[in-house]
Ligand binder design. Structure first.
Ligand code: GRG
Length: 295
């Protein structure tokens, strides 16, 4: 197994164990809520965002328990977004990560509340002194995640995406939308890893630029897989974008053109790592993983 795959598996295990602790089953009337939160979070997913947080923080010798906490916070926001995205009012999808989506397993109201509770728990984790002893760093993490997840980030991107189906979206408009919907939550863990490690502004800007290109390439590959992949390997239905008339790179450029665009972004993303030399080897490998992933 390559070093990247070994490290990704290791971080995924640490993140899974930490998520399991953060989401310990609640008693009484909250039991159903916590069961739904666990169903939407545990036992699946590539854990790409926690891996990014840990891999960047490792470059600055941050203790793993801190970077895993930041990784869990962003993973919770990611999982909440998937839970809400699968609801009938949005993508109306019965399958996620190879099993029933949360509203199918429970019900719509429970899925909405489970997503809400994951969203807020993410900030509770970042605000805790165990994430970093310096309150200023914790404040920066909270602010960065709020910006990434909110109306000027992921939620704003989702809103645009829902209405993009009814409008004319050119390449620039699609890029702007994807930057918010997917990119913001991929940029956050890279920035968070730097903040945890006390990185300077120029280092953080370089990490941000790397993750911005990586995030757009990741989304383009996701769109390609939606056209070329199988539900069995994707763990979710294929062909949803076309069915819902979504604005995508594949729709505008075709699968080959979209892959070329993603490859260009991946090459550029690796270029932003030059200042870190060999310390960023895993991040460079991750960029290739994103381009060639199958699920
Ligand atoms: C509902 C507020 C709200 C936002 C939804 C994330 C999202 C925005 C929608 C999900 C659909 C989608 C294709 C989003 C793009 C981001 C993306 C590629 C999600 C899948 O991420 P992976 O591949 O998933 O990292 P795993 O399951 O591996 O964690």
């Amino acid at each position: 197994m390559s070093l990247l795959k070994t490290e990704m598996a290791l971080v995924a295990r640490s993140a899974e164990a930490a998520l399991d602790r953060f989401l310990s089953p609640l008693p009484g009337t909250a039991a159903r809520l916590s069961a739904a939160m666990r169903w939407g979070t545990l036992g699946g997913g590539k854990r790409l965002r926690p891996f990014l947080a840990v891999a960047v923080a490792d470059m600055f010798d941050v203790p793993r328990d801190r970077s895993v906490r930041a990784g869990c916070a962003v993973e919770m926001i990611h999982c909440y977004s998937l839970v809400h995205d699968d609801l009938p009012a949005m993508d109306d999808s019965d399958l996620r990560r190879g099993r029933m989506s949360v509203h199918k397993k429970y019900d719509d109201a429970t899925a909405i509340l489970a997503g809400d509770a994951l969203l807020t728990l993410a900030f509770e984790i970042l605000a805790d002194a165990q994430t970093h002893p310096d309150a200023g760093v914790r404040c920066s993490l909270v602010g960065e995640l709020a910006r990434a997840a909110g109306g000027a980030g992921m939620v704003g991107g989702q809103m645009t995406d829902m209405y993009a189906a009814h409008g004319d979206f050119d390449l620039d408009a699609v890029a702007a939308l994807q930057k918010l919907k997917t990119g913001a939550l991929i940029r956050f863990p890279a920035i968070a890893g730097g903040l945890l490690g006390g990185a300077g502004t120029e280092d953080i800007d370089a990490l941000d630029a790397y993750a911005a290109d990586l995030g757009l390439a990741f989304q383009i590959v996701d769109d390609i897989l939606d056209v070329t992949g199988e539900a069995s390997s994707l763990g979710k239905p294929a062909g949803q974008d076309e069915q819902m008339n979504k604005a995508t790179y594949v729709g505008l450029l075709g699968p080959d053109g979209a892959r070329q665009k993603a490859a260009g972004l991946i090459e550029r993303s690796a270029g932003h790592l030059a200042r870190f030399g060999g310390r960023a080897a895993l991040l460079a490998e991750l960029a290739d993983f994103v381009l060639f992933r199958r699920s």
